[in-house]
Design a binder for this molecule. Structure first.
Ligand code: CA
Length: 588
């Protein structure tokens, strides 16, 4: 925590006369921004929220905040100097939380200057863009100019002519059988569609939806379904659900993915010609699907438009669960399959050695939606002994949070135990916050940086912190949650806003076929980049080896600069919840 605020002060109307003499600016014009050393949220700050910026160039003295008329509005100073745990570089931390009047300002620290904005609903536009990004990922439909502007594109991947791969052959559907499996989202920078990641992405967004349904009632993002009486979040998710339902084989099992044998080149969807296949049914895909559809069954039932679908999906979820339970060893190992079957498939594997967390999640959601004790019996043997962040390959904490928060469970001994695990986990984040050189609850230890870390680490932790805040009302958690959002939006050593289309220095060249092949200079907006990744699995030369700077804004950098639906799902869940909290402080 930054405690020192000894000289920060708002320069109110009454004080202006005296300060004008001190700051005798004759010009009303601001000097141009040159904020190479000002590291901060580049989008906007909530009036009532914590506001921190970090200078990475030595500075002492006052830090001024001037309005657009170059009038002094607020004064602060460096409150604390910390060091990067990786490079040792000094960080000059400036707290200007007291600047709580909406408006645009320029921060002036000696020669360094940069524009910032304070406004209510500060991060709502980014949160909405993060959901709108899923519209851009839609396959099998035309992306219309009415909704996509310059990013409109013709239909690609109709997926009405998908072949059953030999790994998925049954008596009823021998290899080469043609099925129709249209729609759904492209998974990431590639054009394939994967059940495991789809179910996970939807799971974390629906879990957030269930905690703040009123917030999402007003969360319109301008998609074809906007205005149909159903929240856009649920409409957009439905576009993928209707594809997922086609991935269930007649015996109840789920094809692991719908894919070309090899990744397509960086061409537009309408130019893609490779045959697409559904491959081996897997236990992980089937459990994840069961969990996701069990949630869908109770959430979508409230809307006439989707009530019938919701009912069907409950039966479908039960069938998938039954199949998975009967096929516990049906894990998906691509290499092994390629030794035995043709054509070889070398696209994203979503391989997972352990399906017990997937079963736990499925059994938990099915119990919540049906009340059937047999599912509860299954969960009892599967609870982990700690709490941690979820990811596509480890979904246990989604189930744990249901246990902690849902009426079906909250009074059980198990829920009590897992509440303790949750608290222990939050304490680890507090420790990180205390040692951070960016006054953030993320980014102070090398372990925070890995493939997809900004989503799986920073956003997911941010969402957990907000859960802690809502449970306790302790302001420190609000401070921490805001800090994680700020990290993603520019308060980081790369001074980069990692969400495309936002901020003055942001990710421009994501590893995303759609963004590259469309010939439009600006990337599709609202996508979160994977982020710094010292693993550098793409083999490229990065500018720097420090864990928090292993980032390359290069189309070829799939290890640090890809986009993905699960990463954007984390961003949607985190920012929507943060915006709800910051916009309704009297409630929280
Ligand atoms: Ca797993």
């Amino acid at each position: 925590m930054i405690q020192k605020r000894f000289t920060s002060k708002l320069v109110g109307a009454a004080a202006i006369a005296s300060t004008l003499a001190l700051f005798s600016c004759t010009s009303k014009t601001l000097m141009p921004d040159n904020g190479a050393h000002v590291l901060m949220n580049q989008v906007a700050f909530y009036p009532e929220g914590d506001k921190i910026l970090v200078l990475d160039s030595a500075y002492t003295g006052e830090v001024e905040f001037r309005d657009m008329n170059n009038e002094l509005a607020y004064v602060s100073e460096v409150a604390e100097v910390k060091q990067s745990p990786f490079s040792g570089a000094p960080r000059y931390i400036v707290d200007f939380s007291g600047l709580d009047i909406e408006g645009k300002y320029q921060v002036v620290a000696g020669d360094m200057r940069q524009t910032l904005e304070v406004k209510s609903g500060a991060l709502r536009d980014v949160a909405k863009a993060a959901l709108k990004a899923f519209y851009y990922q839609r396959s099998g439909v035309e992306i219309e100019a009415k909704y996509a502007g310059k990013w409109a594109r013709p239909l690609g991947h109709p997926d009405t002519n998908v072949m059953v791969h030999p790994t998925a052959a049954t008596k009823e559907r021998p290899a080469g059988t043609i099925i129709s499996s249209p729609f759904g989202w492209y998974d990431a920078g590639d054009y394939n569609k994967y059940i495991v990641n789809s179910a996970y992405s939807i799971g974390i967004m629906l879990q957030m939806y269930e905690t703040i349904p009123e917030y999402f009632e007003k969360f319109d993002v301008d998609i074809p379904e906007t205005g149909n009486g159903v929240p856009d979040l649920l409409d957009e998710i439905y576009f993928n659900l209707k594809w997922m339902a086609t991935m269930q084989d007649t015996d109840g099992g789920l094809y692991h993915k719908l894919t070309t044998p090899n990744f397509e080149a960086f061409i537009m969807p309408s130019e893609c010609k490779q045959q697409r296949y559904v491959v081996q049914k897997s236990v992980t895909a089937s459990y994840d699907y069961a969990a996701c559809m069990a949630m869908v069954a109770r959430i979508y039932a409230k809307y006439d438009l989707y009530a019938e679908f919701a009912k069907e999906m409950l039966e479908s979820a039960k069938k998938a669960y039954k199949w998975a339970k009967a096929n516990p060893t049906a894990l998906y190992f691509q290499g092994k399959n390629n030794e035995k079957y043709d054509p070889d498939v070398v696209t994203g594997e979503y391989g997972d050695f352990n399906a017990s967390d997937e079963q736990l999640w499925a059994a938990t959601e099915l119990y919540i939606s049906t009340g059937d004790e047999s599912y509860w019996k299954d969960t009892k043997t599967l609870w982990p002994k700690s709490y941690g962040l979820s990811s596509w390959g480890n979904v246990a904490s989604i189930a744990q949070w249901e246990l902690i928060s849902k009426d079906n469970f909250v009074s059980t001994d198990e829920a009590f135990e897992h509440r303790k695990y949750f608290n222990d986990y939050i304490e680890t984040l507090e420790a990180k916050f205390a040692q951070s050189d960016f006054a953030c609850a993320y980014g102070a230890v090398a372990k925070d940086f890995h493939w997809g870390c900004l989503s799986e680490g920073c956003c997911n932790a941010g969402a957990e912190i907000l859960r802690a805040y809502k449970k306790t009302g302790l302001p420190k958690y609000r401070t921490m949650a805001v800090s994680n959002a700020d990290y993603i939006l520019g308060r980081n050593p790369m001074r980069n806003c990692y969400v495309t289309g936002f901020g003055y220095k942001s990710t421009k060249n994501p590893h995303q076929r759609l963004s590259h092949a469309d010939g439009i200079e600006d990337p599709l907006p609202g996508f979160l980049a994977g982020g710094p990744n010292p693993g550098k699995q793409d083999g490229l030369t990065y500018p720097c080896d420090y864990p928090d700077m292993c980032y390359l804004d290069d189309m070829n950098s799939y290890a640090s600069n890809e986009i993905a639906i699960n990463w954007n799902a984390s961003l949607v869940a985190f920012l929507a919840c943060l915006d709800d909290v910051m916009s309704n402080l009297e409630q929280y």
